[in-house]
Design a protein around this ligand. Structure first.
Ligand code: SF4
Length: 740
């Protein structure tokens, strides 16, 4: 027990899981009491008084840390054994213990593994360049990670751009908030939040749509509860009910995929009833007339027929939103993960703008970021169309400034053509147009839609390099696996959902031969011909954490990123948390932005009208229900970390599917029954939980379980603007599994 362990070191850091960014203290001591000088481990974790958590932690942050000491951590580089073919079926075989990892891979030295990893990438690159291929046609791609640090994200995108000679670099923000970011950049000129979550305490009305913070941002949910207890109105718009619903003034359980209709109904009422902020619109908004015209026909009665929320409720919510002293919108994947995700976010931006509910405490737009560093990884340029700080690769002036900062890469010039996105890379792989991929800390063989297709695409690659802390589903399809460092084993900075940048500090050493991610990225870069020297001889061999190389990368990144101008590494480490943008070193950063202008070309917000259209996943007699995928409190995304955390796995060990009792009954499905789910894309088996939390016609499951990989069921149709897949809506049939 925690009370019995000898604690010899306390390390202040930040939680590795969600975007709330809770500060915590890692309590470290000998793994064996009898060997005080032997290996050290984290015995327990406590909350610190950080700006985002004030001492609080959720179950993941408090109890989810022991994955770092799990016996299945990768501790030596691995190379695929000669003659062992890549077979997606091996994923389940290894995961279930039927086949040993060692049957597929042999241990290798770092030198051999790095030479092999980089050599394979280089051969593909050189052949492509010799054949005259350029830009996105270079058959190489890189997937960075939103779990890694800002420095890792920055160096990784630089590696792909300079070393692979292409912009084919992306990460999982494509699968979560790409549509929100696209709409925000277009609408208000910045992809980040306007106000921190804790601002809900100043709001008169909180509009929470497509988000379940009790599960996905638990500590942030506590600020929402406090605000409601103090009198704020809470509007929840979500097809599914959640633990906050009983505190809500209204829970709008609209039909899945009809967000645009609901939002246009609200916009219509606000305009028709003269509840707009005319002064704000005149001064700060462009495109109001077009929006007005577009929603003129979207009467509450008409929209009610589509979305299933009655017209009077739409009216009441619209009035309350427009007239409260401050209305703040928070949203999650329920808004963004649709083939019309960009339109959904455009509707939210319009709602905020025409009512002037922005630029003050308790107002604004807050896309709740999922992973600990989605904000930072995007800021750092892990995006195929943008260099760091959302500067477009297509602009010659932008490229010139990075060429000056970075010096010459493999080619003297950076590529102008935007790269392929996550799902486009998978399509290109299955068509043979992408032949090599370097995956650092991501798990596309679980997180991508239409997994049967995605796994086959990964298996078909000529060369797949995976760098991770466990043999993830993706790693099991690799040619070479590089064992990396867990969050608690390295230095790095992380940017939370509020734009707060905080340092992570090392508490223990990586197991065996596992090394620092930043070191491994640099080693690959050097072998691809880049003259990098972030990691000097004095910083060690990449095994123990080193602060200096991380600080070097950070300081280079800061030169390209204006929001970090006032945050040198020394300040970050001294203050532990700095709100960005921070222009000056001697002043706090800006918690609330857009106070008097938007960072667009004319300083105004740009409204983009939308109209409701049904998505591609049509329900019919064969596939009569709607499947929505998401997360559970205990498991983090694809489960790579949390399913190796003993406490969390003990609480939530099995894939459960929520189903409405009235849908289950005619199918003869009882609570706890085994079910078979099939879509046009694939099938899985799981266990049914009957609950009225989901609405009739809807089923819900988490995507963390390899045993019932939810993304075997989802399709890969994309939002036209942001290229995000529609994870939230898949037509599905559910059948009981006949008892044997
Ligand atoms: Fe970690 Fe998020 Fe939980 Fe905070 S709320 S402890 S950041 S998982």
């Amino acid at each position: 027990g925690a009370g019995l362990a000898t604690i010899t070191k306390e390390v202040d850091s930040v939680c590795p899981f969600c975007g709330v960014g809770c500060q915590l203290r890692l309590h470290v001591g000998p793994a064996q009491e009898s060997a005080p000088e032997g290996p050290q481990k984290v015995h327990y974790v406590t909350g610190l008084d950080g700006p985002a958590n004030h001492g609080r932690l959720c179950v993941k942050g408090r109890y989810g840390f022991d994955y770092i000491h799990h016996p299945r951590r990768l501790s030596t580089p691995l190379i695929r054994r000669e003659g062992v073919k890549k077979d997606p079926a091996d994923i389940d075989r290894v995961k279930s213990g039927e086949v040993a990892l060692e049957a597929l891979f042999r241990p290798a030295s770092w030198d051999e593994a790095l030479d092999f990893a980089a050599g394979g990438l280089k051969a593909i690159r050189d052949e492509a360049l010799a054949a005259g291929l350029r830009g996105r046609a270079i058959p190489l791609a890189g997937f960075g990670s939103a779990k890694g640090s800002n420095e890792e994200a920055y160096l990784f995108q630089k590696l792909v751009r300079q070393g692979f000679a292409t912009n084919n670099v992306d990460h999982c923000t494509r699968l979560c908030h790409a549509s929100s970011v696209a709409a925000l950049l277009e609408g208000v000129g910045s992809g980040a939040v306007s106000n921190p979550v804790a601002d809900v305490e100043q709001a008169g009305l909180i509009f929470l749509i497509g988000a379940n913070p009790v599960v996905n941002h638990p500590v942030a949910a506590t600020w929402i509860k406090n605000a409601v207890d103090r009198g704020a109105k809470l509007v929840i718009a979500d097809p599914r009910r959640n633990a906050l619903s009983r505190r809500a003034t209204w829970h709008l359980a609209f039909r899945p995929d009809t967000d645009v209709a609901l939002l246009n109904g609200l916009l219509h009422v606000i305009i028709a009833e003269g509840l707009v902020d005319a002064g704000f619109i005149a001064e700060r908004v462009r495109g109001y007339e077009a929006l007005q015209a577009a929603v003129a026909e979207a009467t509450p009665e008409r929209m009610a027929e589509i979305c299933g929320i009655d017209a009077d409720t739409i009216r009441a919510v619209a009035r309350a939103f427009a007239t409260s002293k401050g209305s703040m919108i928070l949203w999650g994947m329920g808004v963004s993960q649709h083939v019309h995700g960009t339109d959904n976010a455009r509707g939210l931006i319009a709602l905020s703008m025409i009512t002037g509910q922005i630029g003050r405490p308790g107002t604004g737009l807050h896309p709740l970021r999922g992973q600990n560093n989605v904000q930072g990884a995007s800021d750092a340029g892990l995006i195929p169309m943008m260099l760091p700080n959302y500067q477009r690769v297509a602009e010659a002036g932008v490229r010139a400034s990075f060429e000056q900062l970075w010096g010459e890469g493999l080619l003297p010039r950076l590529e102008a053509e935007p790269g392929l996105t996550v799902v486009e890379i998978m399509h290109a792989a299955s068509a043979g147009r992408i032949r090599g991929i370097y995956v650092e800390g991501e798990n596309p063989a679980m997180s991508d839609p239409d997994l049967n297709h995605a796994r086959a695409a990964l298996a078909s690659l000529q060369h797949l390099v995976v760098q991770d802390i466990f043999a993830t589903e993706t790693a099991l399809l690799a040619d070479v696996i590089l064992p990396a460092s867990a969050h608690a084993e390295k230095w790095g900075s992380y940017t939370n959902t509020d734009r707060l940048i905080q340092p992570g500090r090392p508490a223990t050493r990586p197991p065996g031969e596992a090394r620092q991610d930043l070191w491994a990225i640099e080693q690959i870069g050097r072998r691809l011909g880049l003259p990098w020297a972030y990691w000097t001889a004095a910083d060690g061999d990449g095994q123990a954490a080193a602060e200096a190389p991380v600080a070097r990368v950070y300081e280079e990144m800061r030169q390209a990123m204006e929001p970090l101008a006032g945050v040198p590494w020394s300040r970050l480490v001294r203050e532990n948390a700095v709100m960005t943008p921070a222009a000056r070193e001697d002043a706090p950063g800006e918690a609330i932005v857009f106070i008097d202008r938007f960072p667009t070309d004319d300083g105004r917000a740009h409204l983009v009208p939308t109209t409701f259209a049904a998505g591609p996943e049509t329900r019919d007699a064969d596939y009569p229900l709607v499947l929505t995928t998401g997360r559970v409190l205990e498991h983090w995304h694809t489960g790579a970390m949390t399913r190796h955390a003993s406490m969390l796995e003990a609480i939530a060990p099995a894939p459960l599917v929520q189903m409405h009792p009235l849908d289950a009954e005619p199918l003869g499905i009882a609570d706890g029954a085994a079910i078979r789910m099939a879509t046009r894309h694939g099938e899985v088996q799981a266990v049914a939980v009957l609950t009225p939390e989901v609405q009739r016609g809807q089923v819900f499951m988490a995507f963390a379980y390899w045993e019932a990989a939810a993304n075997r069921l989802t399709g890969d149709a994309l939002d036209a603007v942001a290229k995000i897949p529609g994870f939230k809506v898949t037509a599905v049939q559910v059948q009981p599994v006949a008892a044997a």
